[in-house]
Design a binder for this molecule. Structure first.
Ligand code: A3P
Length: 294
């Protein structure tokens, strides 16, 4: 059904399954070559998955991609039904690249660490994240269903008011959201095998940030290879590629919209923008995080 599901007080939007999250936590095998890309939705997940893929495999599809048109369904630890893990086990991977939107306490970080896997966490400024989220969920049928409708008002201003109050059940506890999730993950900032990335820095300096990613996952790229990855993972290239190949299997999910910094200025009210500033101070004020808004 499309009602919200809950684990330890954390609420999951439809499609994301507590049972799969639990199998991922308890059962999946993690190896030292594996990479987990953890993010809150709409902060650059697809981009970083694409970069890691280009660095590791270039244009070659992995086994997963050859056999499944539902890549999205497989990549995310907690997305889709548990039986996907039966298929997963049968595929051969040189290296597993997982993604997750789960809050930190629901990911078995002990196992990832003990087994030497790598974690990449991406953050993006919360104003652009909110705008990206609204445009993304607008296309989902569930947001128009009787239960969910009140949580996803059509009116833009109302939508952000509900979202910023933490009432859309998006991977956080009631009345909490993106900033609390960052806070939970940020405790790994200086751990071994962990790389924190900033969406806006990737936008501004793709060569530097992509080289950082390549170094982190143990691949040295020539200048030519690096230029190639930058070009192949630009917003324009990835969008174009997705239009060629992506089957429409996610209820019209759009992973490539604008890909810019600062679109929030066209969508949030001054009061909403100031509310975010206050929340950032309150929730992340004791960290060294400084979001880039333009
Ligand atoms: P916008 O809606 O602001 O355009 P996620 O993959 O975590 O769902 O994040 C999606 C956001 O990342 C969208 O933001 C999308 O356009 C942006 N994005 C996707 N690929 C990108 C790329 N190659 N370069 C820059 N931004 C990208």
């Amino acid at each position: 059904g499309a009602l919200p599901k809950e684990v330890d007080g954390y609420l999951f939007p439809p499609g994301f399954e507590p049972d799969s999250a639990k199998v991922a936590y308890d059962q999946i095998e993690i190896n030292e070559d594996d990479i987990l890309i953890a993010t809150y939705p709409k902060t650059g997940t697809t981009w970083v998955v694409g970069i890691v893929h280009q660095i590791l495999y270039g244009d070659n599809p992995t086994d997963l991609e050859k056999y499944s048109t539902l890549q999205f369904f497989f990549h995310y630890l907690e997305f889709g039904a548990v039986c996907k893990y039966d298929v997963w086990k049968k595929l051969s991977f040189p290296r597993q690249v997982f993604a997750t939107h789960l809050p930190e306490p629901l990911v078995n970080m002990k196992k990832f660490k003990a087994n030497g896997a790598k974690l990449i966490y991406v953050i993006r400024n919360p104003k652009d994240q909110a705008v990206s989220w609204r445009h993304f969920v607008k296309n989902f049928a569930y947001t128009k269903s009787e239960f969910w409708k009140p949580f996803f008002p059509e009116d833009e201003k109302e939508f952000y008011d509900v979202y910023l109050a933490g009432n859309q059940h998006a991977f956080a506890k009631k009345r909490k959201g993106y900033l609390e999730c960052i806070k939970e993950w940020y405790k790994h900032k200086n751990d071994e095998n962990v790389l924190f990335l900033v969406y806006e820095e990737m936008k501004k300096n793709p060569h530097i940030e992509i080289k950082k990613i390549a170094d982190f996952i143990g691949k040295s790229l020539t200048d030519e290879q690096l230029n190639n990855v930058v070009e192949k993972t630009s917003f324009a290239s990835m969008k174009k590629e997705s239009e060629k190949t992506a089957p429409d299997n996610n209820e019209g999910a759009q992973f490539f919209r604008k890909g810019q910094i600062g679109d929030w200025k066209n969508h949030l009210t001054v009061a909403q923008s100031e509310l975010i500033d206050r929340k950032v101070k309150e929730i992340l004020g004791d960290t060294d995080i400084e979001f880039i808004y333009e």
